[in-house]
Design a protein around this ligand. Structure first.
Ligand code: ADP
Ligand code: MG
Length: 400
């Protein structure tokens, strides 16, 4: 302990001693892996799926007995890019770390490379993966999968943000499933942030992945676990933090792991040794984050140049949890046009492209809680939000 300058991590890979809670989830995942179940892990963004999976990979009983591959396909656009990410995970996998293993992996990928006619002279010098369009996409994937079938240790492959494959032009689920089901010594973990898309893939009878994985919903870290963690971290470093202030952070950010870690990281850095962080230090930390993100938020507002979308966006921001957006009351209160134009603006704001607003049951919220706080700060409503954090979080829970 005490190696890190700051015990509140905001990166995906977190050393065990700075990892908060998730003991039951870790045990459960290890249990499923050891018993050969594929898993589909779901939760809203930034609650901690990727970090948890990395944490599981790092457990002795997993690390020593399995080859672990983490394939992040977020942002990939087609099967070729998917395959490329898989190849990258191969180059990174434990079996590629030994000299002999590295040779084998290189040979494997080079084989696929030559086979795809991507290397006209058949050499592997200047070896670069997936730079050209591949004629037969299933070739390199098939090669890689048959390699996996013959590894000394069993394998675990995480496909992170797996719902991304639904946007590929190819029939990706069918292509991938055909390969996946051939393997006898590899466990697959499909992880993703879009609950309804993953449910469709894994729970609809006509879908290729129907019932091929055990679902796990990752919930928020419970308030008392996060409080205990935060206090313990401060104390290790000869500092302290007010538990009530931590619970305000929890409520204010609805238990979003990333947001809380970001705030606590700042609060920790602002607290001198021997002192206790209180609400005012927490506020300083939030202030500091909002200052740093100021240019991002200004840009986002600049890009929101459609007057209707902009006013609907501000309306959602001010409401916090915006209910009855197309009601006469709201339309009047915010001087909006009419129900159908509000509806249209909402569909733009929630679209993948804009991605500024999200839906929660019947309500709408800004996707980024810091953005909401930034607007509130500019309108001198920040204190009000803090005073009402608990009620607001409870309302959010009652909607979802
Ligand atoms: N158990 C944890 N303890 C401490 N920090 C965590 C924990 N889980 C996640 N985090 C932090 O929250 C951030 C968001 O988590 P991440 O795993 O990226 O979420 P997701 O994959 O669900 O979008 C991570 O970058 C990490 O820094
Ligand atoms: Mg993730």
């Amino acid at each position: 302990m005490k190696n890190a300058v700051n015990p509140f991590f905001t990166k995906i890979v977190i050393p065990d001693e700075y990892f908060c809670d998730r003991e039951i989830e870790t045990q459960k995942l290890v249990f499923f892996i050891k018993n050969g179940y594929n898993i589909v892990l779901k939760s809203p963004r930034r609650l901690g799926k990727s970090s948890l999976l990395m944490h599981v990979f790092n457990q002795d009983e997993i690390r020593k007995q399995y080859n672990t591959l983490f394939v992040d396909i977020y942002g990939t656009k087609n099967m070729q890019e998917f395959t490329q990410e898989l190849q990258n995970a191969f180059l990174d996998a434990p079996f590629a770390k030994s000299k002999r293993g590295a040779e084998k992996v290189k040979k494997l990928l080079a084989g696929a490379y030559v086979q795809m006619n991507l290397s006209p002279d058949g050499t592997v010098s200047g070896f670069k993966l997936g730079v050209n369009p591949t004629p037969d996409l299933s070739v390199p994937m098939r090669e890689m999968f048959s390699f996996l079938e013959n590894t000394d240790k069993p394998n675990i492959i995480v496909f992170d943000e797996f719902q991304t494959v639904l946007d590929y032009p190819e029939k990706a689920p069918a292509i991938i499933r055909a390969q996946v089901q051939k393997l006898t010594n590899t466990t697959f973990i499909f992880s993703g942030s879009s609950r309804h898309q993953l449910d469709r893939m894994f729970e609809y009878p006509n879908e290729p992945f129907y019932r091929s994985a055990t679902p796990i919903n990752l919930e928020r870290i419970p308030l008392n676990a996060y409080q205990e963690f935060a206090v313990r971290m401060f104390r290790y470093y000869g500092k302290d933090v007010d538990e009530d202030a931590v619970s305000i952070v929890y409520n204010l950010f609805s238990g979003n792991t990333y947001d809380m870690q970001e705030v606590m990281k700042g609060a920790f850095s602002f607290t001198p040794k021997g002192k206790k962080a209180d609400l005012s230090i927490i506020m300083d930390s939030i202030d500091d984050i909002l200052d740093r993100r100021d240019p991002d938020f200004r840009d986002a507002l600049d890009r929101l140049n459609n007057a209707k979308e902009r006013s609907v966006f501000f309306c959602v921001a001010r409401e916090g949890i915006a209910l009855g957006m197309t009601s006469t009351a709201i339309i009047k209160k915010y001087n909006l046009d009419n129900a159908s134009s509000v509806q249209h603006a909402l569909s733009v704001l929630t679209s993948n492209e804009k991605n500024l607003v999200k839906r929660n049951g019947k309500g709408y919220l800004l996707r980024d809680r810091f953005f909401e706080l930034w607007i509130a700060r500019s309108e001198k409503r920040l204190q009000h939000l803090i005073d009402n954090a608990e009620a607001r979080f409870n309302q959010e829970l009652s909607l979802s």
